[in-house]
Design a protein around this ligand. Structure first.
Ligand code: PAF
Length: 283
């Protein structure tokens, strides 16, 4: 694996390589786990020269505490990426990515998809995600982009950004299914911050996602959402941002379940001071 810290070095390396091989890109914020490695493997399976970035992007954190607590595990990340034979790692400094500071103002117009759910609870978050993904795409210029379904709304936001801003340089987005522990917990870098009891209790999220899915035909949407919230609060969660049953294409709330309409269940809730998100596509 070749490691780059400087944009110019990475660009000149890739300009040569891209003449012979298409490029697959996996953007990450590090603290890598099997979910990330799965994205890398998906890219490599498609015979792509695979570039992973590790950069904890300050502009997407609406809570400075959350940013300060974000794990930094670069040396283990490097070992893990080398173990799956990733081709290239790009791990720039903050100054390299934001030479003019974090105050630089850019606004991405991506319709309504960034205004609901995460957009309501984390104002500015998706604009920060678009800002860094846009910078990274302009550096790496990949043909294929790999992101996890765990961040369902994020992948919709990025898809919308690609459609609106990358018409002339098409990038194909692959949304790869969430990797879960054998008990169902969605793998996440944030799980590292949970105590063992909280980690056990956190299974209630997946439990309620599947409970909602199994009862969509015989309970009302309101009762399902309320029932799931109550269950989470009884199982160690201290605050629920949302339990939402939504149209999978628009994220508009569903009022009556219709099998013909692709539907997604999404949950965001706090346990042990850590905000977890997860989702399940139901049809
Ligand atoms: O999903 C993430 O880890 C981040 O939001 C991303 C896409 C790497 C942008 O910083």
């Amino acid at each position: 694996m070749v490691i780059f810290k400087k944009i110019t070095d990475l660009k000149s390396y890739l300009s040569d390589k891209r003449r012979h091989q298409k490029i697959g890109f996996v953007p990450t914020m590090g603290a890598l786990h099997q979910g990330h490695l799965h994205l890398v493997k998906e890219s490599m399976k498609n015979n792509l020269l695979t570039v992973v970035s590790v950069f904890v992007n300050p502009t997407q954190f609406n809570d400075i505490e959350d940013f300060n607590k974000y794990p930094n595990t670069l040396s283990t990340d490097i070992e893990q990426l080398a173990s799956v034979k990733c081709d290239v790692l790009f791990c720039p400094s903050a100054n390299e990515m934001y030479p003019d500071g974090f105050g630089e103002k850019v606004t991405f117009n991506i319709g309504n998809i960034d205004k609901v759910l995460e957009g309501t609870f984390r104002p500015g978050h998706f604009n920060g995600v678009c800002q860094i993904v846009d910078k990274l795409l302009k550096i790496v210029e990949p043909d294929h982009l790999f992101m996890g379904q765990k961040d369902y709304q994020q992948s919709m936001v990025v898809q919308s950004m690609l459609e609106n801003y990358y018409k002339d340089h098409p990038v194909k987005l692959h949304v790869v299914p969430t990797v879960r522990s054998s008990s169902g917990l969605a793998l996440s870098s944030r799980n590292e911050r949970l105590s063992s009891t909280a980690r056990q209790n956190a299974l209630a999220i997946y439990n309620r996602l599947t409970w909602i899915k199994d009862n969509l035909d015989n309970m009302s949407i309101q009762d399902l959402e309320n029932g799931a919230e109550e269950h989470l609060l009884k199982n160690g969660f201290t605050k629920i941002d949302y339990v939402a049953i939504a149209d999978a294409k628009s994220l508009e709330p569903v009022s009556i379940y219709n099998k013909e309409v692709k539907t997604v269940i999404l949950i965001a809730a706090f346990i042990d001071g850590v905000r977890l998100i997860d989702n399940l596509l139901v049809n």
